[in-house]
Ligand binder design. Structure first.
Ligand SMILES: [Zn+2]
Length: 51
């Protein structure tokens, strides 16, 4: 699974949790890595997500 913002691979943790989060944008749920989550606000992440 790759981050929808920076395209880096997101590590999976125990029980299929990802090292990051999911955000909903344009009706889609996309994975975001913890680096982007900490660096950008949600609105910036949404603007960076590629379709
Ligand atoms: Zn990222």
């Amino acid at each position: 699974m790759k981050c929808s913002s920076c395209s880096q691979t997101i590590q999976k943790m125990f029980l299929d949790k990802i090292r990051g989060t999911y955000i909903k944008t344009d009706g889609k749920i996309v994975p975001i890595c913890s680096d982007c989550q900490q660096t950008y606000t949600v609105s910036v992440i949404k603007s960076r997500v590629r379709p």
